[in-house]
Design a protein around this ligand. Structure first.
Ligand code: ZN
Ligand code: ZN
Length: 503
């Protein structure tokens, strides 16, 4: 067959289609030429599956069960795509609506069922995974894969390589992480908070209370059953991913005043919502509102939140004569033995810096990179970080503010201060401190950086004045002098940018 301009055999076209990195590129390729389209028509199912694999990697079976499992809870608010894994629609006869698969017939999974209402039938996960992929499913695969990849990037930057915003996990580590996220995604879609409403006690009726207790036990049994088919190493991996979701969630809501016990809610919120809201800097809580409303009143007592994941998980491990997941940093080694605690800690005080650190004077927020605008510091108020009584010295404070203005933003100013202090060898170490000395390539937590600034900002101001030749004679009491705070004449006559030399 002759194809002007495209002397490609069907085999080669087939290869090209199979290697499409996304469904969008597959579609674009099919639409370029009739010959491509014809090749696609000969075996659309395997091509679509191959492209799905290119998107999800080896986690494809888990990715598919996340959108096909018959027990996935129907979201109570039915906002489209809100949950990332909504139940496929059904027509009134209970049959599947025609789907618009790219050339494939509608798949034939069982009809959907409410998580709590359905009988505990064994689900053949292999069947779930093997049915041809429909067009509607391709969208969900892509959306969920984005969430999973984003979470992996955050995890890598937090625990593996803080200098890179994209995942530096090996192929195997990445696969381990992703499979665990998909497992948790499915778990949270089935045992979703929207299914908890009939599990609460009603206060006034004993029978109702017993019935609710029974339903809770059934749900806990179902959770245990769900996890019981998963291998022990994978359970540890799911636990670690659950812990990471908790950290991400807690970081996101850190200013909202919730009690620490709300941590346990994170795995129930699920990876999709947690990633979505983490990335939504504008509106920090809207995505969770429905879930928070559900439990806000009696969070501490809600029987479905406490040990949402860990309860059943530990039970299964016990039955297998395995120890529960470690509570130390070591549990992260379920994902990779190459993860080191040091990466997640401030180089000076060794506490976890969570999702933000300073490096070279620049604030980096994990997941968002370097901040152009440092939300912790303002040019107008930078003088409050002057040491001792200097911050109440109007003359020096004004001078610093004026100096600061020329850098335009606090980020630029902080970088300039950091560079000058190191370049001119001016950094003051805290002689009395239990903490290790500052070094130029430190990764610092916010509070250590603030300490650095308080220790050194006045030195920097001294330096700029020394350079411009505007330094006055030193006051004996240096930055500790009280007179500088209330006697303008004294503050103008002497320099207080110095250590105290007389007591
Ligand atoms: Zn620190
Ligand atoms: Zn003085």
């Amino acid at each position: 067959m002759s194809r002007p301009g495209l002397p490609l055999s069907d085999d080669i076209i087939d290869r090209i289609l199979l290697f499409s990195p996304t469904f969008a590129s597959l579609l674009a390729t099919i639409l370029t030429a009739k010959s491509f389209y014809n090749v696609f028509r000969t075996h659309p199912k395997s091509i679509v599956r191959a492209v799905a694999y290119n998107i999800t990697g080896p986690a494809l079976p888990q990715a598919l069960s996340c959108i096909r499992h018959p027990d996935i809870a129907r979201p109570y608010n039915k906002r489209p795509n809100e949950w990332g894994s909504e139940v496929p629609s059904e027509d009134e006869n209970g049959k599947r609506s025609p789907t618009h698969a790219i050339g494939s017939p509608a798949q034939t999974t069982r009809s959907s069922a409410q998580a709590i209402g359905s009988s505990a039938q064994a689900i053949d996960m292999a069947d779930l995974s093997e049915a041809p992929i429909t067009a509607a499913e391709t969208h969900k695969i892509v959306a969920n894969a984005k969430v999973v990849a984003r979470l992996e990037d955050l995890f890598s930057a937090r625990y593996f390589d803080r200098s890179s915003s994209t995942s530096q996990l090996s192929q195997l580590e990445s696969q381990i992480f992703r499979v665990a996220v998909y497992h948790l995604m499915l778990y949270s879609s089935i045992f979703h908070p929207s299914t908890w409403s009939n599990l609460l006690d009603s206060d006034d009726d004993d029978d109702d209370r017993d019935a609710a207790g029974l339903r809770r036990q059934q749900v806990l049994d179902k959770r245990t059953q769900f996890l019981s088919v998963i291998s022990t190493p994978e359970l540890f991996q799911i636990h670690s991913v659950g812990e990471f979701l908790k950290e991400t969630f807690m970081w996101h809501i850190r200013f909202q005043g919730y009690p620490p016990s709300i941590r346990d809610l994170a795995p129930a919120v699920g990876p999709v919502l947690i990633v979505e809201s983490f990335d939504d800097e504008e509106d920090s809580l809207e995505t969770f509102e429905d879930i928070l409303d559900l439990i806000e009143e009696d969070l501490d007592f809600h029987p479905m939140v406490t040990e949402y994941l860990s309860g059943p998980l530990v039970k299964i491990l016990e039955a297998r004569n395995e120890k529960p997941p470690q509570e130390t940093f070591a549990h992260w080694h379920s994902i990779s033995p190459r993860i080191f605690e040091k990466i997640s800690q401030c180089d000076r005080c060794y506490t976890s810096y969570e999702f933000e650190f300073y490096h070279n004077g620049i604030l980096t927020q994990i997941g968002f990179g370097e901040r152009n605008d440092d939300p912790h510091y303002y040019l107008q108020t930078i003088s409050q970080y002057l040491k001792g009584s200097l911050r109440y010295n109007k003359v020096e404070s004004d001078c610093l503010r004026q100096e600061a203005q020329q850098y335009g933003s606090s980020s630029h100013l902080l970088v300039k201060i950091w560079d000058d202090l190191w370049n001119f060898n001016l950094v003051k170490q805290q002689s009395q401190s239990q903490l290790v000395d500052w070094t130029r390539d430190d990764f610092l937590c916010s509070s250590c950086f603030r300490m650095f600034l308080i220790e050194n900002l006045w030195v920097w101001l001294w330096h700029t004045k020394a350079v411009s030749g505007t330094l006055k004679e030193n006051c004996w009491y240096g930055y500790n002098c009280r007179t500088q705070t209330h006697k303008q004449v004294h503050a103008e006559r002497l320099s207080h940018l110095c250590e105290q030399t007389r007591h």
